[in-house]
Design a protein around this ligand. Structure first.
Ligand SMILES: C[C@@]1(CC(=O)O)C2=NC(=C\c3[nH]c(c(CCC(=O)O)c3CC(=O)O)Cc3[nH]c(c(CC(=O)O)c3CCC(=O)O)/C=C3\N/C(=C\2)[C@@H](CCC(=O)O)[C@]3(C)CC(=O)O)/[C@H]1CCC(=O)O
Ligand SMILES: NC(=O)c1ccc[n+]([C@@H]2O[C@H](COP(=O)([O-])OP(=O)(O)OC[C@H]3O[C@@H](n4cnc5c(N)ncnc54)[C@H](O)[C@@H]3O)[C@@H](O)[C@H]2O)c1
Length: 156
C-alpha cells in the first residue's frame, strides 16, 4: 500500500544507478529539493548530466548483478534510484535496497520498489502530489492540469 509522505531531501545522500534519459528526468526533480546526488553509470547517455555542477558522476562503471557488490555500493545512501535499462538488474538492486532498509525507486517497474514518484503540481504555497499507485502514471497528466487550474485561481 502506497502511503503519501513528504520527505525532506535537503543534503540527503541519493545514489542514481544509470545515466540515461529517465535518470536525468528524476535527478532534475530531486535536485530542486536539495538532494546530494551521486550517479554511477556505465555510460552517460544524457549529456546534460555532465553540466550539473552539484552532481557527482562516476562514469564508465558497469554494475554487475552481484549481491555483495551491490550491497557495498548502496550502503550509506538514504535513497537509491535504479534507472538502468536492464530490468532484471534494476529489480535485484531494488530488492537488496529494500531488504537493507534503504528507500528505493525502480524506473523499470510499476511496483517493484518501496518508493515511487508522484506527479507534482506546486506554487510557492502548496504542493500536491498525484499517484495512481503504478496503475497508469500517464493519467496523472490530466489530473495535474485540473489541479493546476485550482492552484491558479485559489485566493492568495
Ligand atoms: C509521476 C511520474 C513522475 C516521473 O517519473 O516523471 C511517473 N511517471 C511519469 C511519467 C511517465 N512515465 C512513463 C511515461 C511514458 C514515456 C514514454 O511513453 O516514452 C510517462 C509520460 C511522460 O514522461 O510524460 C513511463 C513509465 N513509467 C513507469 C514505467 C515502468 C513500468 O511501467 O514498468 C514506465 C515505462 C513504461 C513502458 O515503457 O511501457 C513507472 C512509474 N512511473 C511513475 C511516475 C511511478 C508510478 C506513479 C503513478 O502510478 O502515478 C512508477 C511506477 C515508478 C517511478 O518512476 O517512480 C510522471 C507522471 C506524469 C507527470 O508528472 O507528468
Ligand atoms: N519511470 C518512468 O517514468 C519511465 C519512463 C520511460 C521509460 N522508463 C524505463 O526506464 C528505463 C531506462 O530508460 P532510459 O530511457 O533512461 O534508458 P537509457 O538507455 O537512456 O539509459 C540507461 C542507462 O543505464 C546505464 N546502464 C545500463 N546498464 C548498466 C549497468 N549494468 N551498470 C551501470 N549503468 C548501466 C546506461 O549506461 C545508461 O546510462 C527503461 O527500462 C524504460 O522502460 C521509465
Amino acid at each position: 500500500m502506497w502511503f503519501p509522505l513528504f520527505i525532506n531531501f535537503e543534503n540527503k545522500k541519493v545514489l542514481v544507478i544509470g545515466g540515461g534519459k529517465i535518470a536525468a528526468k528524476k535527478i532534475g526533480k530531486i535536485l530542486e529539493y536539495g538532494a546530494n546526488v551521486t550517479v554511477v553509470t556505465e555510460n552517460v547517455v544524457e549529456e546534460g548530466l555532465l553540466q550539473l555542477e552539484n552532481v557527482k558522476i562516476e562514469n564508465n562503471r558497469k554494475i554487475e548483478n552481484d549481491k555483495s557488490e551491490i550491497e557495498k555500493l548502496v550502503k550509506g545512501y538514504f535513497f537509491v534510484i535504479v534507472a538502468t535499462d536492464n530490468e532484471e538488474l534494476n529489480q535485484n538492486i531494488a530488492e537488496i535496497c529494500d531488504s537493507n532498509g534503504i528507500l528505493v525507486n525502480n524506473v523499470s517497474s510499476k511496483f517493484k520498489m518501496n518508493a515511487m514518484f508522484g506527479g507534482i503540481v506546486k506554487n510557492d504555497e502548496f504542493q500536491i502530489a498525484v499517484s495512481t499507485g503504478g496503475k497508469n502514471c500517464r493519467r496523472s497528466r490530466a489530473m495535474k492540469s485540473e489541479i493546476q487550474k485550482i492552484l491558479d485561481k485559489i485566493e492568495k
